[in-house]
Design a protein around this ligand. Structure first.
Ligand code: ADP
Ligand code: MG
Length: 243
């Protein structure tokens, strides 16, 4: 249901993605690991054209977009098929929790306010924030803010959820509540790609793990395979150092 074909990305003359090929099935949870600077964030951002790939094809469901010929309309429809959760939550500071989740439904999806509100409340209940609807982001902990970020992404009912180090900005004691929320979302059957440094978490929730280095996928397999029996020396080093 998601297919990346030969994705390349240059920043100036720096070649950051060097031909990424990846297929993700519906409902699959894929963890992306790899050292800092290996291109993980760039890859996620190329999937929804937050960064325009320099070459290659992104396919989500029946929507197939070639980076070289992509129109504005192509990019908008691709973006509407994805939901992204960032390391920095990027919430609207002057909006309440409920408004932050509703705004995508009313403005992007043009859903009536009454219905948008109902759906937003349901989703905020799922992430454990039903009692924070009228709070502003500044009144929440980092973990709660990130759960609003997750609710906002879920509200649009995307085909795929993209998480870029969703717990990296959090104080250590707040990480677990966010990981638990992401695990719940994964167990609901959502298709997800997650860049994370939380190796135990990656091992716990992913159907497949991808290891990236220097703009390439150097190894992939089940969490079992990668953690217990990595084939590539670099993967072995990374995983042993990080545990
Ligand atoms: P990761 O997420 O694995 O740490 P990134 O995808 O953020 O890696 O970055 C990969 C490389 O691309 C790095 O060398 C980084 O400096 C460079 N890079 C990322 N974003 C930009 C940008 N907007 N402009 C220029 N270089 C960038
Ligand atoms: Mg990154």
């Amino acid at each position: 249901m998601i297919k990346l074909e030969n994705i390349h990305k240059y920043y100036g003359n720096q070649h950051v993605l060097k031909g990424i090929n990846l297929t993700v099935a519906k409902g699959e949870v894929v963890a992306i690991l790899g050292p800092s600077g290996s291109g993980k964030s760039t890859l996620l951002r190329c999937i929804n054209f937050l960064e325009q790939p320099s070459g290659g094809i992104v396919e989500i469901n029946d929507k197939r977009v070639d980076a070289e010929t992509a129109s504005k309309a192509d990019i908008v429809s691709l973006r509407n098929l994805t939901g992204m959760v960032f390391q920095q939550y990027h919430l609207f500071k002057n909006f309440t929790v409920l408004q932050n989740v509703m705004v995508g439904l009313t403005s992007v999806k043009k859903i009536h306010k009454v219905e948008a509100k109902k759906r937003s409340i349901e989703i905020l209940e799922r992430v454990g924030l039903a009692n924070r609807l009228n709070h502003y982001p500044a009144q929440l902990s980092g973990g709660q803010q990130q759960r609003v970020g997750i609710a906002r992404a879920l509200a649009l009912n995307p085909e795929v959820l993209l998480f870029d180090e969703p717990t990296s900005s959090l104080d250590p004691e707040l990480v677990d509540e966010v990981l638990a929320t992401i695990k719940k979302v994964a167990n609901e059957g959502n298709t997800m790609l997650i860049v994370t440094h939380e190796l135990n978490f990656a091992r716990d929730i992913s159907d497949r793990v991808i290891f990236m280095e220097d703009g390439l996928i150097v190894e992939e397999g089940t969490a079992e395979q990668l953690f217990n029996d990595p084939k590539v020396e670099r993967t072995k080093q990374f995983l042993s150092k990080a545990i």
